[in-house]
Structure formats: structure tokens, C-alpha cells
Design a protein around this ligand. Structure first.
Ligand code: PMT
Length: 423
């Protein structure tokens, strides 16, 4: 994928002036890692960004306001009622090319995830349409708390880029996960978030499938799998944010992402119908769904009773939707499959790539920790029919989604350098 001069400048560590002076609102919340925001601010300014610092009241207990004011492009802002036009948070939200929160406390994350506009920084992140990058830092117990994880998941689903903390020394002599990410990783997050704005899928129609299908045995029992739909939903969010018109055919019970038209299905047959009906008008189809390979040959019309003895289920294969898409595909349509494997991942994924005749096969080893079904992260290998191989080490499902879409964009640009749509 083409890289903007801005992205290159930051990736190189911020040396040398950047051309356009894009505006970054640098939010600082009240944790011990607040002092590290100073180093991040310096690097952003030297990379040519116009940095507007916004501190919460608690942040000022950890970091002198004068320090940040002296190093940023403008003085620190703290109040909804002072400076920057009559409505400070909307003015800042509109000026922002990106909002970066370093560090983000558990409280900030909880308020942001729940839409609580408590103070200038929270009001600004809720009032902006710019990408938002959040860098959590806290003690391990808080970082691992289910409430914090749930709130972060909500933010990621809505397209916020989270730069996860690292392991290392923490305040108070403790050690563990929760230490603010390194400045390099934070700047890398800024680069990735700015790239997302490129709208490189603008004018294209993208169909994504997600979730595990449920095949009924009787009115109360189903055969299903462990897919949560998170990877497919992350793909839909990412594609929509990159400018595509997105149809999401989902068997998952997750909320429908903003920006996608959602079709809810349950069985493989319903997914087949929904996907095939819509795929012809799409430039890209990504099958992230875990479609059941087998279903009961007969579905009992009433609940099978235990008193009838142990039933013998006769299964039949479901239609292979991806293989059918491949048989039907029109000129220039890009087809992407996912392969969930538990061993010989590369070999099996390559075999599926060839058997289903798709452009890209995204292989995930679902037996690896933190990868595959029902977690927030994934690690994949994207293999192209042209022999290309892209490894994506453990990352959020949103980041994996962006990596898959980067490969799609590279294919579209290779095959047709001009923007196009089959609409
Ligand atoms: O949903 P999550 O919890 O986030 O987990 C994500 C995931 C592990 C489900 C996802 O990353 C993934 O790997 N999805 C594909 C799972 C799968 O069914 O793999 P498969 O190897 O059985 O199928 C290969 C491809 O053929 C897939 O693109 C699948 O959608 C497609 N297929 C499979 C069977 C079938 N009858 N029709 C199909 O179209």
C-alpha cells in the first residue's frame, strides 16, 4: 500500500520537518505515566505536527501544565469554558486531524466507552470525527479487569485504535502488564490511524461475512462453532472507515457496526442466500464467517425427548459459499477467504487458497494463545494467489482487519490503478 510522506516521517522517529502541520489534539489524563506525554509531544512537534495539548484536572497533579505548554504548539487547554472559540470541545474536535490520549486511565476509557462527556477531553473525543488513538496505562489488576476490557472492546469496535501497554516496572515498585507503550509504538499507532483516513476503499462495495452459523437439530438444539463474529465485524468497521460501502452478513449476536448495512442470518443456507444475492454487486468479498461444514440432514420439528433414547444424527455437507462465489465471480472482483487451522497452517491454507480459487487466504492458527475464536486479538498469515505472504503477528482484530484490507488495496491497485466500482 502506498505510504504517505507523513507516515514515513513518523515511522522514521519524527526526524525532519513534515510538510502539512496536521493538528493532533494530545489528551493527557491523570496517571503516573502522564510525564511520558512530554516525550511523545516533543516527537510529534519535531515531526511537523501542530500539537494542541488538553489536560484533565487530575493530569495536572502528575505533570506541570507549564512543561507541556512550553513544548507543544499551543498552551494547554483544560476547560470547556475558556478559549478556542465559543464552544471549545467542538472547535477542537473539528480542528483535529487525530486525537491521541497518552496515557489513558481506566476512568477515561470507561467514560469514553459509555459516552460520558465529563470535561473538555471527553467532550472533545465525543465531538470529533477524526481518528482517535488511546494509550492505556495502569496497574496490572486494573488492566486485566473485565470491566476495563469490555470498555476497550467497545472502543475498538467503534474504530478507536488502542496501543496496548507493555510489561515492565510500574509505579510503587510493582512489575507487570500495564506500563505505557513505548514512544515508538505510540507513534506507530499515530501512523496507522492516519493511514486509515486515506479512504482507500472509497467508491467500492465490500461484502463481509462474520460469525459462526447455527444448524438446527430440533427447535432447541443447534450445531455450531466457537466463532464470536469479532474478526468479521472488525473487518466491516475497518472497510467502512476506509470509505467502502459495506454489507455485513453476520451470524453473530454482536451489535451491528456503524457504517455497515447489516444482514442477520443463522444457518449456512441463509448465509449462502444472503451472500450470493449481494455479492455480484461487490468489488470485494471477505468470508470471515465460520460456516458450518455439516448440518443435520433432517431437523426435527419438535424437541427430541430424552425418553426416545439417544438420537443418531445423520449429517450432510453444507454448500461451500466461498467456492460458489469463486465460480460466479465477475471481472476484477477480489475474493478473500479465512482458514481456521490447528496445525500445518501454512500448508492447509495454501491448499484452501487453490481449492477455492480465491485471491487471498488469511490463515489463523486457532490453537495459538490469543488468536482465532472469541478473543480480541488474532495472528494471521495472508497468502496471495500471486505467491505473496504477509505475516501479521499478534495484534487486535481491528489491526488484523486493516492488514487484510491493505492486501486487498494492493491487489486492486495492481490490477487496476484507477479507482473503480462495479456499481
Ligand atoms: O469470529 P471470531 O471469534 O472473531 O473468530 C474469527 C475466526 C477464527 C472465525 C476467523 O478468523 C476465521 O478463521 N474464519 C474462517 C473460519 C472457517 O470456517 O474456516 P474454514 O477453513 O472452515 O473455511 C475456509 C473458508 O471457506 C472461510 O472463508 C469460510 O468462510 C469459507 N466457507 C467454509 C465452509 C462453507 N460451507 N462455506 C464457506 O464459504
Amino acid at each position: 500500500m502506498a505510504t504517505s510522506p507523513r507516515a514515513d516521517t513518523i515511522a522514521q522517529g519524527g526526524d525532519g520537518p513534515a510538510p502539512s502541520g496536521e493538528c493532533i489534539i494530545l489528551g493527557v489524563t491523570g496517571g503516573i505515566a502522564a510525564y511520558k506525554a512530554v516525550g511523545v509531544c516533543r516527537r510529534l512537534v519535531s515531526a511537523g505536527f501542530h500539537v494542541v495539548p488538553v489536560m484533565t484536572a487530575t493530569a495536572t497533579r502528575f505533570l506541570g501544565e507549564a512543561t507541556l505548554s512550553a513544548l507543544a504548539s499551543e498552551p494547554v487547554r483544560k476547560s470547556l469554558f475558556e478559549g478556542a472559540g465559543p464552544i471549545v470541545h467542538t472547535t477542537l474536535g473539528r480542528r483535529a486531524d487525530l486525537v491521541l490520549v497518552v496515557p489513558a486511565t481506566a476512568r477515561f476509557i470507561a467514560c469514553y466507552a459509555n459516552g460520558i462527556a465529563d470535561g473538555l477531553l471527553l467532550s472533545t473525543v465525543l465531538a470529533t470525527r477524526a481518528p482517535v488513538v488511546v494509550c492505556p496505562a495502569m496497574h496490572t489488576e486494573m488492566w486485566e479487569h473485565p470491566a476495563l476490557r469490555h470498555n476497550l472492546e467497545l472502543l475498538v469496535e467503534r474504530g478507536v485504535l488502542v496501543v496496548p501497554p507493555e510489561e515492565g516496572p510500574l509505579a510503587g515498585g510493582d512489575q507487570g502488564a500495564g506500563r505505557l507503550a513505548s514512544p515508538e509504538n505510540i507513534l506507530d499507532g499515530v501512523t496507522r490511524a492516519l493511514r486509515r483516513r486515506e479512504l482507500d476503499l472509497s467508491g467500492l462495495r465490500v461484502l463481509v461475512s462474520a460469525g459462526g452459523t447455527r444448524e438446527p437439530i430440533d427447535p432447541v438444539r443447534v450445531i455450531t462453532n466457537r466463532s464470536s463474529g469479532k474478526q468479521g465485524h472488525a473487518l466491516a468497521v475497518a472497510a467502512a472507515e476506509r470509505g467502502a460501502e459495506v454489507v455485513l452478513v453476520t451470524a453473530a449476536s454482536l451489535p451491528g457496526p456503524t457504517g455497515a448495512s447489516v444482514v442477520r442470518v443463522e444457518t449456512a443456507a441463509q448465509m449462502e442466500q444472503a451472500v450470493l444475492e449481494r455479492a455480484a454487486g461487490c468489488d470485494v468479498v471477505v468470508m470471515a464467517a465460520a460456516v458450518a461444514d455439516f448440518r443435520p440432514k433432517v431437523t426435527a420439528s419438535s424437541k427430541i425427548s430424552k425418553s426416545e433414547g439417544t438420537p443418531e444424527l445423520v449429517l450432510e455437507p453444507t454448500p461451500d459459499i466461498l467456492a460458489e462465489l469463486s465460480r460466479r465471480r465477475g471481472n476484477g472482483q477480489v475474493l478473500v477467504g479465512f482458514a481456521a487451522e490447528t496445525g500445518d497452517v501454512a500448508v492447509r491454507a495454501k491448499a484452501k487458497l487453490q481449492a477455492k480459487a480465491v485471491d487471498l487466504m488469511v490463515a489463523n492458527d486457532v490453537s495459538a494463545p490469543g488468536a482465532g475464536f472469541d478473543c480480541d486479538t488474532n495472528a494471521v498469515t495472508i497468502t496471495g494467489a500471486d505467491g505473496s505472504v504477509v505475516e501479521v503477528p499478534l495484534a487486535s482484530k481491528r489491526e488484523v482487519a486493516d492488514a487484510v484490507l491493505d492486501s486487498v488495496v494492493a491487489l486492486l491497485r495492481r490490477d487496476n490503478p484507477l479507482p473503480r466500482s462495479t456499481k
